[in-house]
Design a protein around this ligand. Structure first.
Ligand SMILES: CC(C)(COP(=O)(O)OP(=O)(O)OC[C@H]1O[C@@H](n2cnc3c(N)ncnc32)[C@H](O)[C@@H]1OP(=O)(O)O)[C@@H](O)C(=O)NCCC(=O)NCCS
Length: 169
């Protein structure tokens, strides 16, 4: 089996500026590393595992799974998808978002979310980005600081928060 340079999940002690955060496709070369990313044990209930998300994405043509890199290092994963009804077609929902537990708190999550918003803004016809989270998730502070406003609850009681996309096409 041929693989490109294997980029391990970042280890504690490394310091790459959030400025160097970028999103990339999940490919045959990096999917195993995406699966190996971890949240803290007490965060596990907050989202599906990455292996579940990649399985789901493989059967969901509209899903966009994205690997999060800080410089050369894989540090996280997120996934988004446009709505599939006429009423929801203008909205993209970010429904998976995680940074590896070893490198949380360094600004990578904020930088990755901003990159995702930029990608979504460039999608034709999309005017709103939405994120869903458990009401007690500390990440809500991050979402609110980026302009997400709670608008509803889903069937599980999770908060749905919207952010209008200025300059959307
Ligand atoms: C949410 C998550 C992706 C944020 O990634 P991160 O790289 O740690 O976040 P950042 O370092 O960019 O922090 C961004 C801001 O949010 C706050 N924040 C984010 N996650 C936080 C947490 N779990 N606890 C406390 N504060 C948090 C930070 O204090 C920071 O504030 P500041 O910019 O004013 O300093 C990460 O904590 C994670 O993977 N959590 C577990 C999975 C999860 O909850 N995903 C979201 C499901 S909706």
């Amino acid at each position: 089996m041929t693989r490109d340079l294997v980029v391990p999940a970042a280890s504690a002690g490394d310091d790459v500026s959030p400025v160097e955060v970028r999103l990339a496709d999940v490919t045959a070369d990096n999917w195993r590393d995406v699966v190996a990313l971890e949240v803290e044990p007490e965060q596990r209930h907050l989202l599906a595992s990455n292996v579940y998300s990649l399985a789901e994405a493989s059967f969901t043509p509209a899903a966009r799974p994205r690997a999060i890199y800080a410089g050369p290092r894989l540090v996280g994963f997120l996934m988004y998808e446009p709505g599939d009804t006429p009423e929801e077609r203008h909205r993209v929902s970010i429904y998976r978002f995680m940074i590896d537990r070893r490198v949380q708190g360094r600004g990578y999550g904020r930088a990755a979310l901003l990159k995702a918003i930029d990608e979504i803004r460039a999608m034709p016809g999309i005017t709103t980005v939405s994120i869903c989270y458990a009401a007690d998730n500390p990440a809500r502070v991050l979402y609110e600081s980026l302009g997400f406003v709670p608008v509803d609850r889903d069937e599980d009681g999770d908060v749905i928060a919207d952010r209008p996309l200025e300059g959307a096409r």
